[in-house]
Design a protein around this ligand. Structure first.
Ligand SMILES: *[C@@H]1O[C@H](CO)[C@@H](O)[C@H](O)[C@H]1NC(C)=O
Ligand SMILES: *[C@@H]1O[C@H](CO)[C@@H](O)[C@H](O)[C@H]1NC(C)=O
Ligand SMILES: *[C@@H]1O[C@H](CO)[C@@H](O)[C@H](O)[C@H]1NC(C)=O
Ligand SMILES: *[C@@H]1O[C@H](CO)[C@@H](O)[C@H](O)[C@H]1NC(C)=O
Length: 535
């Protein structure tokens, strides 16, 4: 009997000590809350994402930034973008010298310290004006993908726009004409096969799909030969003819995720791997006909539809405790937590991480289904847009305070109508409305009973949606003060210099109409971002 216990202990020890999980971090671009087949209006077939969820842990309270650059900066650095001057509406453009400050050590560099092979596949979007700003100088062993927002998902086919697909900072012309989603999927699978042919270390792949971001482009088979085609039968036709094509883009990504998981399975590595899945931000309603329904708001808004993402962590069985691992995790997790979480999963001690990080490891809390110890979360602080929000979530309190100075605020419909949201679900036009701002720009929402952020509403003397601040004035006062306290932490917006069009010799267009090359060789920016004017 005793020896059996010792044997069990030994097995447990060998499972957790020494061995490190592979990590495949799948980030998708602008996928909305309503764009998976387990959404409240299941219009888009995503069987592979659903299977990943069913086999893994769905994180129901997982939050991101509401736009691209900010979100990637948060994941990679473990810091809130508002502190780094990258929280407002501007994303890094290809005509500017912007880059994520080199003061930040990034996720791949931490995992490299833990002995990982590290690879970037897909979209970077954190600066490339100097070679030192690029992925392979920031902790990735290899990079394959785009530096910027590409102008077409069929790479290189938007004539007049620079060619933006590279392999380790050299243009990769074989990608010309290929579909971005296929490039990301295939490269990820190839890296896995090559790595496990002769594995000398664990592997980390950050697979950042460019889809389903605009432009809405996909080989037609993905919507004509799939259940997306059923959307063509729905009213209003104008809306659904667009959403059908968007649906095809999501299906292509879903297919890719299924293929990546299958490759891991074929290699016998699936249960040795941690797979993360989420979107960088919420739906881009107007641009792509994505949907954040039934959350309020969308990409670039401070409301849930901008910040709350469908999210999964699939922890391979060889890294799960014998019991306790849930299928759903309701604790609050923010994308800045993923750096410390994965660092700990990789065998690192999170207490050795630098003090300035905003993320905290959720590794054990998720694995053992313990309450999150993240009781405060900053959605954003943005003095440019005058939009801030903060969350308090503990065993007794679950509140969000929004400050929104806009005269028109995001909604789900023209005016607040507390009829059950379900009544409107079939009407897509209700998914895209804004309405006049209430007088009090600070509004408190009780997220336990009002997760879709309905505004207070009284009709014919009947209180249909009650203002949370009436019952919890002390919480509102506490959260108003908390936002006030955050304002001084906001980092200065860096003054990025726009390259003066094609005329500036530092701009890649000036040379070849190809990004990254040979501008690096001649110098676009100096390492500090100042523009090279002579050589
Ligand atoms: C990519 O292919 C298109 C034709 O499909 C061509 O016009 C373009 O020059 C090619 N781009 C590069 C960088 O080779
Ligand atoms: C991706 O791989 C498939 C086969 O697995 C192949 O048919 C396709 O051409 C590849 N696409 C790209 C863009 O590499
Ligand atoms: C959303 O509403 C805006 C104006 O309020 C309109 O321009 C846009 O086309 C609408 N988008 C969709 C997807 O209906
Ligand atoms: C939750 O936070 C509030 C505000 O800080 C505090 O008053 C309350 O005691 C906390 N609840 C628990 C269970 O810690």
């Amino acid at each position: 009997m005793t020896s059996l216990i010792w044997l069990l202990l030994l097995v447990a020890a060998t499972r957790s000590e020494g061995a490190k999980p592979n990590v495949v971090y799948i980030l998708v671009d602008d996928l909305g809350w309503g764009d998976v087949n387990y959404a409240s209006v299941p219009e888009i077939p995503t069987p592979n994402i659903k299977q990943l969820k069913d086999e893994g842990i769905e994180m129901t309270q997982f939050y991101t930034q509401s736009k691209c650059t900010a979100s990637r900066a948060a994941i990679m650095s473990g810091r809130y973008p508002y502190k780094m001057g990258v929280s407002t509406q501007n994303v890094f453009t290809d005509y500017s010298n912007n880059f994520l400050s080199l003061d930040n050590k990034l996720m791949p560099a931490y995992l490299k310290d833990q002995g990982y092979a590290t690879h970037l596949v897909g979209k970077w979007h954190l600066g490339f004006c100097n070679e030192l700003h690029t992925p392979i100088k920031r902790g990735f062993d290899t990079s394959f993908g785009s530096y910027s927002n590409v102008e077409s998902h069929f790479i290189g086919t938007n004539i007049g726009k620079p060619f933006d697909w590279n392999l380790n900072n050299e243009p990769y012309f074989q990608a010309n004409g290929s579909y971005s989603t296929h490039l990301v999927t295939n490269r990820t699978r190839q890296l896995l096969r090559d790595h496990f042919a002769n594995p000398a270390s664990p592997i980390f792949i950050y697979a950042a799909y460019l889809a389903p971001h605009k432009p809405v482009e996909v080989p037609p088979a993905y919507y004509k030969k799939t259940d997306c085609s059923k959307l063509a039968l729905k009213e209003p036709v104008e809306y659904y003819s667009h959403r059908m094509k968007y649906c095809g883009m999501v299906v292509a990504v879903d297919e890719g995720i299924g293929q990546i998981v299958q490759t891991l399975r074929d290699l016998g590595q699936l249960e040795n791997t941690v797979i993360i899945f989420h979107s960088d931000n919420g739906a881009a309603l107007d641009e792509t006909h994505a949907s954040s329904w039934d959350l309020r708001g969308s990409k670039q808004s401070i409301y849930e539809g901008g910040h709350r993402s469908r999210s999964i962590i699939r922890v391979g069985k060889n890294f799960q405790p014998d019991q306790g691992t849930p299928s759903v995790y309701h604790g609050l997790v923010h994308e800045v937590d993923m750096l410390p979480t994965l660092f700990q999963a990789a065998g690192g001690d999170p207490s050795t991480l630098p003090g300035g990080l905003d993320g905290r490891s959720a590794w054990h809390n998720i694995l053992y289904n313990r309450p999150s110890d993240r009781h405060w979360m900053v959605y954003n602080v943005d003095s440019v847009l005058q939009q801030h929000a903060i969350r308090l979530k503990n065993a007794t309190h679950n509140f969000k305070l929004v400050f929104d100075s806009k005269s028109k605020v995001a909604g789900w419909r023209a005016d607040v109508d507390p009829r059950p949201l379900a009544e409107h679900m079939e009407d897509p036009l209700q998914r895209n409305k804004s309405f006049n701002s209430p007088k009090d720009r600070y509004r408190l929402f009780n997220m336990d009973i009002n997760p879709t952020e309905l505004e207070p509403q009284i009709k014919d003397g009947v209180e249909l949606v009650r203002d949370a601040a009436l019952d919890h004035p002390e919480v509102k006062a506490l959260l108003v003060q908390a936002i006030q306290d955050l304002l001084p932490e906001e980092g200065a917006q860096p003054t990025f210099i726009k390259f003066p069009g094609r005329g500036h010799p530092g701009h890649p267009n000036y040379w070849t109409n190809i990004y990254g090359y040979p501008a690096f060789h001649f110098g676009g920016c100096n390492a500090d971002g100042s523009i090279v004017t002579e050589w």
